[in-house]
Structure formats: C-alpha cells, structure tokens
Design a protein around this ligand. Structure first.
Ligand code: NAD
Length: 402
C-alpha cells in the first residue's frame, strides 16, 4: 500500500469534519463582529428571518457547506444546481432540498431565492457571481470571487449599486486563534515585527481538472488561506515578488484521465507589508504531508511571526487552527493559548453570511480583503513571469485591530 493511501482525501475529510461543523452552527455563530462593516448597512433583512438560499456547485466542497447551511437557523436552502444534474439531484435528495436545477439560468428562473452560494470550479465564479448579482441576489463565493482584481472590484461596485452583499472565502480571520494573534501584535508583545512565514500544501486534488488549469493553481486554492491570514495580521501588501513553477506537468484525474498542468503547482511568494515587515508564503500541490487534507493531526507551526522581543506560532493550519504558541523576551518558554475553537470552522462562511443578512451581525471577513488577496495572487504570477517586483494598488481594513 502506498503512503498516500493512508491519507484522508478531501471527501473522507468531509465526513470526519461534518459533525464539528454542524455542531458549530447551533446557537449564535462564532466570530461575528457586532459592528456594521464596510458594505451597505441598509440591506439587512428582518432579524431572525431565514434567508432563502440557492447553492450552485454540488461537488466535493458542497459536502462540507450544505449540512452546515441546512442546519443553520438563518438559512432555508430552497434549491441546488449543478451542470452535472445528477449531483444536484443527489444532494437535493440527501438533504431534503425541494428544487434542483442543471443550469444557473433555470435556477434563477425557478424557485425564488435571495442568496446564492457559489461552490463551483474556480474559473466559473466570476461569471456566475456576476449573473447572480445582476439577478438581484446576495452572493457568497468560494475563492476566488473573480479572476482578476478589476473584475472583482466591478462585481463589488455592482453589488453596492444594487444594495446587495458579496462575500468570498476563506474566513481564517474569523477564528479565535487569529484574534489572539492580532491582539498580541497590536499589544506590541513581539516588539518590532520583522518577518513572518506561512506554508500549506498537500499532494493535490485528484477529482477535478480545474485545479491545474488556467485560473486554477495552488495559489488560489491553497496559498489563499495563508495570504489571507498574514495580510489580516500584518496589513495590506505594498509589493510582491514571487517564483512559481510546475513540478508535476501531468496529473491523473478521476473521470478525466491524464491532463496537462498549465497553472502553478508550486509557489513561493514574498510580501512587503511596509514599515520593514516582510513575509513569505510557500504553498503547492507537491507537498508530502503526513496529515493529508485532514489538518487535525498537524501540530507544526504552519504560521510563524517574529519580532525583536517575541515569537508567535500558529499550531495546525489556519483553516483548522489548534492553538497559538507565544514566547517573549519576558517569558521565553513557549506557552500555548487559544486551544478552544469557540465554534469556528472553515465551512461556516456562507452560513455566517446568511446570519449577517438575517440579523445584521457582520463578518470579519470582507470582500475588500478577499480582493486584496486576489491581487497578490495575480501580482505573484506577474512577478514570476517577468522577474520583477510588482506594486499593488488595493487595500482593506484589518479585521481585528486590538
Ligand atoms: N473540495 C474541498 O475540500 C474544498 C475546500 C475548500 C474550498 N474548495 C473550493 O471549492 C470550490 C469547488 O471545489 P470542489 O473541490 O468542490 O470541486 P468539485 O469539482 O468537486 O465541484 C465543483 C462542482 O461545480 C460544478 N460546476 C462547475 N461549473 C458549473 C456551472 N457553471 N454551473 C453549475 N455547476 C457548475 C461541477 O460540475 C462540480 O460538480 C473551489 O473554488 C475550491 O477551491 C474546495
């Protein structure tokens, strides 16, 4: 038996993490800020109302999202949709969703709903999100929201113009571990911050070709988590330098056979946050990882931040954090904190968005932040292709400032 057979696939992981996700949805949701955020406050629905929700994309990650959504007190899933109609039909049957459709046109013309959750291929998000906004729907999108910063900003402008909301994964900034790290930095406990490193990788998905094709790649699929966390902690990035490569030029994909890999499967990204702070994200689809897709066994520091008077390490992955180790000049022994997830799970983003629509409780994750991370990804590609350091234009407000 090959080592990889000991690993959890994401599908197996879906089953193991389901119970935790659903449990997290009972009662009030974790990680919501009470203040109104950067989008229009006037679009909030009546408190406590269930938001009529349609889910498009009934593949692997829908097994993570749909059980959380169907158990949320703020959500009524009225329809599901997939261009592979049997997938939509099967999810509808499994979860008791009344309507299923084979195309977004039929979904939009069918059972009325107000909130679209987009769980399709990465390359499909931009046009589906646009079509949903044009039809007057609020949107939660898996990453990325769009294929470029300009397109994403146009979608956000359209949303605002129509008094609609637009959000995107990931939601690493909602975790209590992120909050502790942000507050530790704000308190100055690490002294003058100099450097940070984050890494995340595994052997790559084997169930869909889009991960390896243009608009896919390991940057928007994997590095996006670390990029969101590090920018959330250290602030927006001024300049990006990157080297990207393709390590495995062909992949065997279930149902599609052998495909050519045309987007990066190996990435090194250097980020200049200003004030001398430099961070580094390393990510890819060729990483031996004894914990596979199931990060629950990961005890390493996958994120570390170093300053003149202290060190801080996130235990486990930022999408499934297990604690934060901190050592300072005054207390040089590493001490572990924030081991309680407090209800946070990475699968709850769309349900948190529905809660926001129903109650006005804002998320810490914002579309501006998601679009800044998207700009880092496209800048990394430009830097790698040209050998140049690339300046960024977008910015966002930090989610936790003290
Ligand atoms: N699989 C995971 O564990 C996981 C975890 C986190 C995030 N994500 C993200 O979720 C998204 C989907 O990934 P996945 O692993 O579920 O892929 P998948 O291939 O398993 O599922 C995608 C589904 O979308 C459908 N689809 C594609 N284009 C469509 C269209 N135009 N209209 C309707 N349906 C369409 C496909 O038929 C497929 O069933 C990606 O953005 C990925 O980065 C996946």
């Amino acid at each position: 038996m090959g080592i990889s057979r000991h690993f959890f696939s994401r599908r197996e992981f879906a089953k193991t993490t389901l119970a935790a996700s659903v449990a997290a949805m009972t009662g009030s949701l974790a990680g919501c800020a009470l203040s109104m955020g950067s989008q229009a406050a006037g679009v909030v629905a009546a408190p406590g109302r269930r938001i009529r929700t349609g889910v498009i994309g009934c593949g692997s990650v829908s097994n993570q999202y749909l059980p959380v959504l169907t158990q949320s007190p703020y959500v009524e899933v009225v329809s599901v949709c997939d261009i592979r109609p049997e997938r939509a039909r099967d999810q509808a049957a499994k979860l008791g969703v009344a309507h299923h459709y084979p195309h977004i046109d039929a979904m939009l013309a069918g059972e009325p709903f107000e909130f679209l959750v987009d769980l399709t291929d990465m390359q499909e998000h931009e046009h589906l999100n646009r079509q949903a906004l044009e039809a007057g729907k609020h949107v939660w999108s898996e990453k990325p929201i769009a294929n470029s910063l300009a397109a994403g900003q146009e979608l956000l402008r359209m949303a605002r113009g129509k008094q609609l909301r637009l959000w995107g994964a990931p939601i690493t900034v909602q975790s209590p571990q992120f909050a502790l790290m942000a507050r530790t930095l704000a308190a100055g406990s690490l002294g003058r911050v100099a450097a940070a490193h984050a890494d995340y990788g595994h052997e790559g998905p084997d169930w869909a070709p889009f991960f390896y094709r243009k608009g896919g790649g390991s940057l928007p699929d994997l590095a996006v988590y670390n990029l969101t966390t590090l920018t959330g902690l250290l602030g927006p990035v001024k300049h990006v330098t990157a080297m990207l490569s393709i390590v495995t030029p062909h992949r065997d994909i279930v149902g599609a056979g052998r495909i050519e890999v045309t987007e990066e499967d190996n990435a090194m990204v250097l980020m200049d946050h200003g004030d001398g702070v430099i961070s580094h994200v390393q990510s890819g689809f060729n990483y031996f990882n004894p914990h596979g897709h199931d990060g629950s066994g990961e005890q390493r520091h996958t994120i570390s931040i170093i300053g003149t008077a202290g060190f801080m390490g996130l235990v486990g992955y930022d999408w499934l954090p297990l604690g934060v180790d901190i050592a300072t000049h005054d207390q040089p022994q590493l001490a572990r904190q924030a081991t309680d997830p407090q209800g946070y799970t990475w699968q709850q983003g769309a349900a948190l968005a529905a809660e926001c629509l129903a109650t006005g409780r804002e998320l810490l994750a914002t579309p501006e932040h998601a679009l800044h991370v998207l700009e880092i990804i496209t800048a990394a590609r430009e830097s790698s292709a040209t050998g140049r350091r690339v300046a960024l234009s977008s910015t966002f407000d930090r989610p936790v400032v003290g």
